[in-house]
Design a protein around this ligand. Structure first.
Ligand SMILES: C[S@@+](CC[C@H](N)C(=O)[O-])C[C@H]1O[C@@H](n2cnc3c(N)ncnc32)[C@H](O)[C@@H]1O
Length: 253
């Protein structure tokens, strides 16, 4: 997949990830120069899940983004539409629930998760706003959403250096490290075509989420957005007498 096919046909995206699945995590570490692990820790802290909670990790791929929740005793569901990625993940972590599903038509009941998260997946979804609406549907009132995605470096000089890396160095490194270098040309081009921090925040709000905020990582190479679903009363659900309201977590992003 390349610039010509950036319209992201779901079958092509799934096939591309099937193809890169066996070496996906190793190549990730190489291309992000080890930063991916730090980004993941920040996402997990922002989700702030505790044992007993149910978390949806959408576009979970091989489940690398899901593992910290399982390790912490959180009930995590890893959902993805690439069978290749899910198979690699299930082989490595048989204890995690891997579920096949499309982000734009999730196979889960309304209000069935305490939190939903998606790391480096939303950019690949053909209809990202539809996915944001689906994430809202399956998250309980007052539940939270955390999105990690590549974004736009804020400082002009840093943006120039990074764009050079993306367009020149990354494809060369990927050619050596991956069996499917075209997938990494797509990676570079899809990052450039993706909306910046404020535009993504606006999409999240337009999809019905509240209190949207974001934090830049590595000067904006990655942005972590967090938002909340409206509490039950304003989400259109009647409060029952005596119902205990779940409190919205307030950890700093
Ligand atoms: C870059 S990987 C990220 C995997 C994992 N979250 C991580 O952080 O390593 C993106 C994943 O998004 C999945 N994906 C893309 N579009 C999707 C869709 N419409 N529904 C479900 N998964 C999708 C791909 O199959 C792929 O596994």
């Amino acid at each position: 997949m390349n610039r010509a096919s950036l319209e992201k046909r779901p079958d092509e995206v799934a096939a591309m990830f099937d193809d890169v699945a066996p070496k996906y995590d190793v190549v990730n570490d190489v291309l992000s120069m080890g930063q991916a692990r730090r980004w993941r820790r920040i996402v997990v802290d922002a989700v702030d899940a505790v044992p007993g909670e149910r978390v949806l990790d959408l576009a979970a791929g091989t489940g690398t983004s899901s593992e910290p929740y399982a390790d912490a005793g959180v009930d995590v569901v890893a959902c993805d539409f690439s069978l290749g990625m899910l198979t690699v993940g299930k082989r490595r972590r048989p204890d995690i629930d891997f579920v096949a599903g499309d982000a734009t038509d999730l196979p889960f009941a309304d209000n069935s998760f305490d939190a939903a998260t998606i790391s480096f997946g939303l950019r690949n979804v053909a209809q990202p706003k539809k996915a944001l609406e689906e994430l809202l549907r399956v998250t309980r009132p007052d539940g939270r959403l955390v999105i990690a995605e590549f974004s736009q470096p804020v400082a002009p000089l840093w943006r120039t250096v990074y764009t050079e890396y993306l367009m020149r160095a990354l494809p060369v490194i990927a050619r050596r490290a991956s069996s499917n270098p075209d997938a990494y040309v797509y990676l570079a081009e899809s990052i450039r075509a993706w909306p910046d921090q404020d535009s993504l925040a606006a999409w999240i709000g337009e999809s019905g989420w509240e209190d949207v905020e974001y934090r830049n990582l590595n000067g904006g190479i990655v942005a972590v957005h967090r938002a909340f679903k409206a509490p039950a009363a304003s989400a259109g659900e009647a409060l029952r007498p005596g119902q205990v309201l779940l409190s919205r977590r307030t950890t700093a992003l």
